[in-house]
Design a protein around this ligand. Structure first.
Ligand code: HEM
Length: 406
């Protein structure tokens, strides 16, 4: 008897994509999906090959329709020298001395401010009260924007991500995404002009003044990049923080190990990225006919790389459906660089530029939360069901703790 693989847009798939991924990897590693007009690619070796793209067979032109209508044109769409120069303009802010000296204090302050709101309460929803707010607050603060506008940012990034993941073509979602582009431009462009006149020490001023090979970003470029940052750096890290707590709370022995030895946080984060990646699907466009497991992708096709499947490929990881921060077949040292073996940040030219920033946020956030909640435990009704198909994470994480005195 053949078992039917549920459609990726069905409620059954959303309930448990991992079972469907397993079937795809086994029976149909290359599967045409009519509704998204794309080939679904599910095996680790194929997704890795598409991302690394050593032979120049794939482009990111899919973002022309997938994301340009909301952000404008960003580095995600670019290739070759144009991509390299634009990436070099922005990358230094997200690593090394800038990250450590300028932005780590911003990360620590924003985490502390959120925790202060519930420090004495004894209960909190880690998703609603912390994870969905912390990364977007950090980015807004890094850019030097007004704190009172953070709520609007929250609304904007939610609309942008909904547009990106609008696999079923919902018209309301499309219209909300387009509205966001207009509102965001009206908000950002005057601020960008102000920073050009009077640059400060913030990331927005850096973006306005940065120059590589005689190239600077236009106002439109800076605005588009800020929009990308909110979505790429907000939603993803939000899901990652929720994910690490969902996984640790569901494995109390591993939570106890991390609590006792904070140097295990990067390991727990790397395993969370493998086991429950925040971004499950990334698309590419084939420039030529490409041979993958299960058949040929004709030139000019869209492929959907199933990260959530590749990261649980039994050909790559032992017991892939087990969450184990001590697993030996996943490197925590390389997990935040383009030498990563999990695929949650993609690989190759477009490898996540914010991976080290995400690591700093998670290390700081998890550390501060564990300090504030030494006996953190699930509350009644704790059921970390994941939600979402394109990006995915727990809906809510109600927890209890005894407030620390003093
Ligand atoms: C756990 C958190 C994160 C995850 C899982 C994640 C995931 C990803 C993935 C999968 C890509 C590749 C997209 C593609 O190849 O088409 C990417 C690219 C990117 N990410 Fe992240 N990201 C995270 C955090 C961040 C943060 C904190 C920032 C910055 C504030 C950021 C900024 C970007 C940018 C600008 C790109 C585009 C890079 C390029 O095109 O060269 N990300 N991210």
């Amino acid at each position: 008897m053949t078992v039917r693989t549920p459609d990726i847009l069905s409620p059954e798939f959303e309930r448990d994509p991992y079972a469907a991924y397993r079937r795809m990897r086994h029976d149909t590693p290359l599967l045409w999906h009519e509704a998204t007009k794309s080939y679904l690619v599910s095996r680790y070796e194929d997704v890795e090959r598409v991302f690394k793209d050593k032979a120049g067979e794939f482009t990111t032109e899919n973002y022309d329709w997938q994301i340009e209508p909301v952000h404008g044109r960003t580095i995600l769409q670019l290739s070759g020298r144009e991509h390299a120069v634009r990436r070099a303009l922005v990358a230094p802010a997200f690593r090394g001395a800038d990250l450590r000296d300028k932005f780590l204090p911003v990360i620590e302050r924003n985490s502390r401010e959120l925790i202060d709101r519930f420090r004495g309460a004894g209960s909190v929803d880690l998703v609603a009260d912390y994870a969905t707010r912390f990364p977007v607050n950090v980015i807004a603060d890094m850019l030097g924007l007004d704190k009172s506008d953070y709520e609007r940012f929250h609304g904007w990034y939610t609309a942008v991500i909904a547009f990106l993941g609008n696999l079923s073509g919902d018209q309301d979602v499309a219209r909300a995404g387009e509205r966001t582009r207009v509102e965001f431009a009206e908000y950002m462009l005057p601020i960008i002009r102000e920073r050009r006149e009077a640059p400060g020490d913030d990331l927005l001023s850096t973006l306005c003044t940065a120059e590589v090979d005689g190239v600077r970003m236009s106002d439109e470029d800076v605005k588009a990049f800020c929009s990308l940052l909110l979505a790429a750096g907000g939603e993803t890290t939000d899901k990652a923080i929720a994910g690490i707590f969902a996984n640790l709370l569901s494995h109390p022995d591993q939570l106890a190990a991390v609590r006792a030895d904070r140097s295990l946080i990067p390991r727990a984060f790397a395993e969370t990225l493998r086991y429950t990646p925040p971004v499950h699907m990334i698309m590419r466009q084939s420039a030529v006919d490409v041979e993958l497991s299960g058949g040929t992708v004709p030139a000019g096709s869209t492929v959907t790389c199933l990260i959530g499947s590749a990261n649980r490929d039994e050909a790559r990881y032992r017991d892939p459906d087990v969450f184990d921060i001590f697993r030996e077949d996943l490197s925590a040292t390389n997990a935040f660089s383009a030498a990563a073996d999990h695929l949650a940040f993609a690989l190759g030219r477009h490898f996540c530029v914010g991976a080290l920033l995400a690591r700093s946020e998670v290390e700081t956030g998890v550390g501060q939360l564990l300090d504030a909640m030494p006996d953190l435990r699930p509350a009644d009704g704790f059921d970390p069901v994941e939600n979402g198909v394109f990006t995915r994470g727990p809906k809510s994480l109600p927890v209890l703790f005894t407030p620390v005195s003093g």
